[in-house]
Design a protein. Structure first.
Length: 375
């Protein structure tokens, strides 16, 4: 198929909500629009101030009611999305569903209308659910009708193939807007002799921020570290209490939720960016930091070792304050941090720029559409 495509992307979350899935879908949709394609988004209304219908950078965005950021809420929201997606699917060439929960609307549209379907599985939650035999049929159901299943790491791809051995699957790491995320002026003033850490994580259990906090006292006599936590979440009160108990209130700053547009300046302020996740599909925040020429330290879990190695940063054991402290101390002593940062950006530009990702996705869309027409 030649010419512009009409693409419908159901996704459980989308900006202005801050997060990796949200950013990836937005960047991908925006770049496809820039290339002349038409993109419609169906998502949940997670922020009360967001309109139910708007056009954002040429992307049509329809928001439905959110029933909460938990499994029951995901199911209810995905069921509500089915009706809206069915109405819009009649005017599109292909459906690309993001997240396994919102793949349900695409499967129904494919079943009733024959709309070609691609699904991207993003979530670390998918990995956790797939370990439970009772959950596996519920994971297969929304995915089984997809012509192609994409995933954001080799680990998720392997689990997806285990659930659906006959499916066509491909691991494709999320893309980064390398025009926005690049070396810029720092936005945080740093004291002389200070080793500034940025941790761009939502404050939830799986992101392991607690272990970074617990690493700070271990660095007292080794590195003059100061940690900026760029993110918010349900664990904030507990982590603030932990900071008080450890007596490190002058060493840890809670920034709250930071707009994506402000993050390049935050990353540029950092001597090192830490991703202390306990479980992770992949981390667009890590890639964004790399695009800003920052050294990244990350847990050796999920898809993180696919993007980070000793040439751009350091990996450490998850859930270990001692391992995090050791990685920070070792990195602080390295005189070649600028070169590691430059290599990190080169790697992102070569492999994970959003421009490259949109080309890859457009090729997949056209092949799936042609295959559906020839079936």
């Amino acid at each position: 198929m030649r010419g512009p495509l009409r693409i419908l992307m159901p996704t459980i979350y989308f900006p202005p909500r801050v997060g990796g899935i949200e950013n990836h879908v937005y960047y991908l949709a925006r770049d496809l629009v820039r290339r002349g394609h038409r993109v419609e988004i169906v998502t949940t209304r997670t922020e009360p101030s967001s309109p139910s219908r708007e056009t954002m950078d040429g992307i049509g965005v329809t928001r439905i009611r959110s029933f909460g950021k938990h499994p029951v809420g995901w199911v209810l929201s995905s069921l509500l999305a089915v009706v809206r997606v069915l109405l819009l699917a009649r005017k599109c060439d292909i459906l690309h569903c993001h997240t396994f929960a919102f793949a349900l609307s695409g499967s129904v549209s494919n079943l009733l209308l024959g709309t070609p379907l691609v699904v991207t599985v993003h979530e670390s939650h998918f990995l956790r659910f797939a370990k439970r035999k009772i959950m596996r049929p519920f994971l297969r159901l929304p995915l089984v009708r997809a012509a192609v299943l994409l995933s954001t790491s080799k680990e998720i791809d392997a689990v997806t193939r285990g659930l659906l051995p006959r499916a066509e699957t491909h691991p494709i790491v999320n893309g980064v807007d390398t025009e926005r995320f690049r070396p810029v002026a720092p936005s945080i003033r740093k004291a002389e002799g200070e080793f500034l850490i940025v941790c761009p994580r939502r404050l939830v259990e799986k992101n392991g921020v607690e272990f970074l906090v617990r690493a700070v006292p271990l660095l007292r006599n080794r590195v003059g570290v100061k940690v900026y936590l760029a993110g918010d979440g349900p664990l904030r009160s507990r982590l603030e209490g932990l900071v008080r108990d450890l007596g490190i209130g002058d060493r840890v700053v809670f920034m709250g939720s930071v707009a994506n547009s402000l993050m390049p300046g935050v990353f540029a302020s950092a001597d090192m960016v830490i991703i202390p996740s306990l479980i992770e599909a992949t981390s667009i925040a890590a890639l964004e930091a790399m695009a800003c020429e920052r050294v990244v330290g990350a847990s050796r879990v999920g898809g993180l070792p696919e993007i980070i190695d000793e040439r751009v940063g350091v990996l450490f054991e998850s859930g270990s304050p001692e391992a995090i402290a050791g990685a920070i101390a070792a990195t602080a002593r390295r005189p070649d941090r600028p070169e590691l940062g430059r290599e990190a950006r080169r790697r992102v530009e070569a492999n994970w720029s959003i421009a490259r990702m949109s080309d890859v996705h457009a090729q997949i869309y056209r092949r799936v559409i042609e295959g559906a027409r020839n079936a």
